[in-house]
Design a protein around this ligand. Sequence first.
Ligand SMILES: Cc1cc2nc3c(=O)[nH]c(=O)nc-3n(C[C@H](O)[C@H](O)[C@H](O)COP(=O)(O)OP(=O)(O)OC[C@H]3O[C@@H](n4cnc5c(N)ncnc54)[C@H](O)[C@@H]3O)c2cc1C
Length: 457
Amino acid sequence: MPPPHVVVVGGGLAGLAASLALAEHGMRVSLLEKNPRLGGRATSYRLPSGESIDNCQHVTLRCCTNLEDFFRRAGVADKIHYYNELIFSDSKGRRGRIRPSKLPAPLHLAPSFAALPLLTVRDKFSIARAMFRILASGGSPTIRDGTTMLEWLREARQTPRAIDHFWRVVLVSALNEELDRTDARYGILVFWKAFLSNSAGFGMGVPAVPLADLYASCCEPIQKHGGEVRTRCLVSEICLSNGKADAVRLDGGGEVRGNYYVLAVPFDRLAKLVPDEIRRTEMFANLANFSVSPITGVHMWFDRPVMAEPFLTSIDHTIQWIFNRTNRYVQIVISASRELANRSQQEIVDICRYELNDLLPGAKEASLLRAVVIRENAATFSPAPGCDRWRPSQTTAVPNLFLAGDWTNTGWPATMESAVRSGYQAAEAILSREGSPATLVRTDIYPNGLARWFVRT
Ligand SMILES: Cc1cc2nc3c(=O)[nH]c(=O)nc-3n(C[C@H](O)[C@H](O)[C@H](O)COP(=O)(O)OP(=O)(O)OC[C@H]3O[C@@H](n4cnc5c(N)ncnc54)[C@H](O)[C@@H]3O)c2cc1C
């Protein structure tokens, strides 16, 4: 008997994770991706010079257990470099470092936090009080539906400075949204998983190679199991017959038939692919409730080294993160960057160039040789209060049709971790239908140290 054939549409992390897991479980996979490269929103562009740059620096945290598992499956785990220290800077150039001590979780970061020069003692006390609230509830404080993170922080009597220079700094980049548009549950989840529950959770992983290079190695295991990876392959629609998915039609002619289908495309692309019977469902109507949030990446090349640290977080600038790619080449990330929407590329470069003088002492003397601005207007869905109820499951009313993507129901905000989880969840559902169930989704990072005592069983 030939192995079941699964057609996966979309070669982002969700489609790749589903494809890899299914291939490893003996399924024949056809992965169809419209772009020339794999990786979807986490990918690289080729400049006219032939050089590859990422659309924007992507980072992971140690608490992203499924993404780590995916990198292992893809054979690229050694290409992710982990760092155990976060460096913050303010506009006066003062630096502060958060790093683990020998104390057990949740106290591991407390000594460096207490010594942080960028916050006052009053700010720190207010933050410690809110942290204790998160801790005491085992990461799940009782929150009214519809509460934004900003409302929760105000209820937790945070000082304005603690909100602007601490909570906002961490959460806007982690969730790609402003605090007054973010569901408080997502904000709390970030602090519980990354900072409080496990002493390793906040370790930050940065790919050491261009993003697209990370995924090229996914092709081999898929092909080894008789599957194929087709790039520059745009799917125009999925056809149903007798209540089941029957084929995907390709732009320019031709179709691909399989036993199962996974649509791993962004939620706003789904409408183009699915027939009316799916477009009329409640699940589909709910997708209209999602809004999106932008991220702007600014790449700058200087005539001399400008940065010594691997990365830096700015607490009171337009610039949020600076990543040191090669000392002379830095990559700036600005999440939830709506305020830059009406700015020209040159204006954005000018703002960043000006702010770098405050943040990097070496930048003052350096000449900017060139700069590239990449705006991703629909970088992620916005983690608006209550948005979880609009996120569909990976299974659909059509028995052999599945969904995957960071926007499907994974319990995680729109991240690479959520995309990989969704791919594994779709693959688990297919394996179950085939009668060979398997557990692919990794459990969350375990609370350790003293944090274990706060977990509700
Ligand atoms: C600028 C930026 C910075 C980010 N930074 C981080 C970060 O630091 N950490 C983090 O965890 N997350 C980050 N994210 C979010 C992360 O990139 C996404 O959550 C994740 O990559 C989504 O993966 P996905 O597979 O769900 O969707 P996508 O990556 O969007 O994949 C969908 C794929 O489907 C393909 N496709 C669409 N339509 C068709 C069709 N008709 N036929 C064939 N193929 C089709 C697309 O080309 C795409 O490759 C960032 C996102 C952006 C944009």
